[in-house]
Design a binder for this molecule. Structure first.
Ligand code: NAP
Length: 289
């Protein structure tokens, strides 16, 4: 069997077109979508990711402010910055970038982002709303995995989907998004016994463990669809996923590559959400769009 590659670029292109439509709808209203990224780390991979957000914002005509408080920032400084952005009517989306300095209460800080500006789904209230079936932003990476599956018309309703990983940023919100699409969802984690018994029984497997080579072809049902969310760096310094590509390709019907899969979609999704949040705010204020 030859696998289809579920590449992220066509998905991202569609999201960018939707963002452009929102920006057009806002033209003449005086409102420019604005995203704020709060940063308190000198982590190199975070810096790389923030640069890609800034670049995507510029290409999408979304204003982007990076509030860099430095790696020594205190919880109090972060709190003040987030409260100011929460109250700033010109800001439509807020991202609290991780990792945060040791000792700060990340969940308490994320809870300061109002759900309508929580375009990265970091506030625990956003995950609670998602679980309750209320409107909310799901964590961006989880939504990006769904965007990839839906773009390639992978059936989800009634299908058994296994998610490997139960973090707040991928596994848990993704399980909720899949349930909302009528999938039968199994969530696995590091304490799961007989992982293969779950993956082999699934038509779709999403792996988000951060363990290179974790999912091999021997653990899959012939013809299943695999979405690889993992990002790891191999000995040669290359970015690789959690999938053992050589053994999975002959078994899977389709596989999202790393790089070039889910990760390609996330920044475009952030811009779409910021532009949508700006539109929603305008509509809520009663101004015609
Ligand atoms: P995380 O917080 O470290 O969570 C990893 C999850 O995987 C945990 O639930 C863990 O189980 C589970 N796990 C670890 N080893 C396992 C094993 N051997 N078998 C089964 N489950 C196992 O990581 P994360 O933030 O969710 O990120 C997951 C991966 O996605 C990472 O590689 C990260 O870099 C990547 N990522 C990519 C993007 C993107 O845009 N492409 C964005 C975010 C994250 P326990 O709960 O039991 O510890």
């Amino acid at each position: 069997m030859s696998s289809q590659l579920l590449t992220g670029l066509p998905v991202a292109k569609n999201l960018r077109a939707d963002t452009a439509r929102n920006i057009k709808a806002l033209s003449g209203t005086g409102v420019v979508p604005k995203l704020a990224v709060v940063l308190a780390t000198d982590n190199e991979s975070t810096a790389w990711y923030v640069r890609s957000i800034v670049r995507q914002a510029a290409e999408s005509a979304v204003h982007c402010d990076v509030v860099d408080l430095g790696p020594q920032a205190s919880g109090w400084q972060l709190q003040e910055a987030l409260q100011a952005l929460a109250e700033d009517r010109a800001v439509h989306g807020i991202i609290l970038q991780t990792p945060l300095p040791a000792g700060v209460d990340a969940a308490a800080l994320a809870a300061l982002i109002p759900p309508h500006k929580d375009i990265d789904g970091a506030n625990p209230e956003s995950l609670g709303r998602l679980a309750a079936g209320l409107p909310a932003y799901a964590a961006t990476t989880a939504q990006a995995a769904i965007e990839v599956l839906e773009h390639y018309q992978v059936p989800l309703a009634g299908e058994h989907v296994t998610v490997i990983g139960r973090s707040m940023v991928v596994g848990k919100p993704l399980a909720q998004l899949l349930l909302a699409r009528d999938a039968t969802v199994t969530t696995c984690h590091s304490r799961t016994k007989a992982l293969a018994s779950h993956t082999k029984a699934s038509s779709v497997v999403v792996v988000a463990a951060g363990k290179a080579g974790l999912l091999t072809g021997a653990e899959l049902h012939e013809g299943s669809v695999v979405v690889d969310v993992g990002t790891n760096v191999d000995e040669a310094g290359r970015l690789i996923g959690d999938v053992h590509t050589e053994s999975v390709l002959p078994v899977a019907r389709a596989l999202s590559p790393v790089p070039g899969g889910v990760g390609t979609v996330t920044t475009s999704l952030l811009m779409l959400r910021t532009s949508q949040a700006a539109l929603d705010t305008l509509v809520a204020s009663g101004q015609p769009v």
